[in-house]
Design a protein around this ligand. Structure first.
Ligand SMILES: [Zn+2]
Length: 419
């Protein structure tokens, strides 16, 4: 029998948690949510969740860099993990991140109130958005060991003052030199579920309540550098120009075409464009454009990247321009765990909550957790798909349904787990 919860009460508690964190002491901006690792606003936000977990009898601690962990059974025992992050984008809204921590907290409350005694760990990962130090998923990457000593020591500097990450971490009372011990944050997990706003508008437009994420997209990030020949816009005839920007225009349209052709919801975006000299009366001599191509089918998005590289060479050659393609990073897609997906789906069905399987185009901490534990994500609709903006909005009633589904999924998983 599924656990039946008081949905209105859960809605109100989640709304209270998320909206409390929009108060002035939790954000450094009066027009947006702004809180980054090791700032006073971030400290107060983590303290807020820590206090709520302690009220429930959880032991709460922070690992060597500041990932927040709360647990209701002794350390070393097997647990189910829930959580997300509570830092924000530089021009953030209330829901991206805190919604997932608030849902995790609500599941902890419900487990206690319904006498379920689920062994639970809540994690709020540090610096998911990369707003303080410019690198996304920082806390979860450190916990997963997906970083090097050099990167941590030399590669990471605060966007605001340029000082090293390790200095900021030490000043905030942490032990960044012991970052390898953060792997314990992901020990003993029998499963992991992160709830998050969708950041797209599929659920809203379809009228579906929850998204059950079956994979998180991988991606290729690259740059194309084009070297042509600058010249006077009036005195240089059209024949024989080597216009780097006109070449870039062809490449941008081809990226769009290749992504559509690749199918499997593959996407490609050129979001950065540097033009030199960038003057109205000069033929552009040099251009750099970025490429972001993603999807859950690795052959598809990698195919877009390699076809675009060939196209760039060919288009540049035709125009007398030199092209250089440089890959920045490539990350494989992260499939979610079939057993947890099934438990989530069965729980939603049993409660009569509409849901659909979907992919996450955005990156999440769960990508890092998935290497250590069977993992899944639940998406809650957000109004008009808006995120990373003060207008970001989500209905806490949907978040309460997510808490109900996650709770029941854990009950199912525990009932079928080998003891
Ligand atoms: Zn997020």
């Amino acid at each position: 029998m599924p656990v039946v919860i008081d949905r209105a009460r859960s809605r109100d508690r989640i709304a209270h948690d998320v909206l409390t964190l929009t108060e002035p002491q939790y954000t450094s901006s009066s027009t947006a949510i702004c809180r980054y690792a090791y700032t006073p606003e971030y400290r107060r936000t983590a303290d807020y969740f820590a206090a709520r977990l302690r009220e429930l009898g959880f032991e709460v601690w922070e690992d060597a860099v500041g990932n927040l962990v709360g647990q209701n059974v002794p350390r070393g025992e097997r647990v189910y993990g829930l959580g997300s992050h509570c830092d924000s984008n530089r021009n953030g809204g209330p829901w991206d991140g805190p919604l997932g921590v608030a849902v995790a907290l609500e599941v902890c409350r419900l487990s206690g109130e319904h006498g379920l005694d689920l062994p639970l760990r809540v994690i709020s990962f540090l610096e998911e958005e990369g707003s303080g130090f410019g690198q996304m998923l920082l806390g979860s990457r450190i916990a997963a060991g997906r970083i090097t000593d050099e990167e941590l020591r030399d590669g990471l500097r605060a966007i605001d003052d340029g000082r090293p990450f390790v200095e900021h971490a030490r000043e905030a009372g942490y032990r960044p030199q012991e970052w390898r011990s953060c792997s314990e944050t992901l020990d003993d997990l029998d499963g992991w579920i992160e709830t998050h706003i969708e950041q797209g508008r599929v659920l809203q437009d379809e009228g579906t309540t929850l998204g059950i994420v079956e994979a998180i997209a991988g991606y290729v990030h690259a740059d194309v550098h084009l070297d042509g020949r600058a010249g006077h816009a009036g005195a240089t005839p059209m024949i024989g120009r080597a216009d780097a920007l006109a070449t870039a225009a062809e490449i941008i349209l081809e990226a769009e075409r290749l992504a559509v052709q690749a199918g499997h919801a593959t996407v490609a975006t050129v979001g950065e464009l540097d033009v030199e000299p960038g003057l109205i009366n000069v033929v552009p001599g040099a251009v750099r454009l970025s490429l972001d191509t993603r999807g859950v089918r690795e052959d598809a998005f990698r195919g877009v990247a390699s076809a675009l590289e060939s196209f760039a060479q060919e288009a540049a050659r035709r125009r007398g321009v030199a092209a250089r393609y440089v890959q920045r990073t490539a990350v494989a897609p992260t499939p979610m765990d079939a057993g947890i997906l099934a438990a989530l789906q069965e729980s939603a069905d049993a409660a009569g909550i509409t849901h659909r399987r979907m992919a996450s185009g955005a990156a999440h901490d769960t990508m890092c957790v998935a290497g250590r534990a069977p993992s899944a994500m639940v998406f809650v609709p957000c109004r008009d798909g808006i995120s990373h903006a003060p207008e970001e909005d989500s209905d806490p009633a949907d978040a309460a349904l997510a808490a109900e589904v996650v709770l029941n999924a854990l009950v199912r998983l525990r009932a079928t787990a080998p003891s």
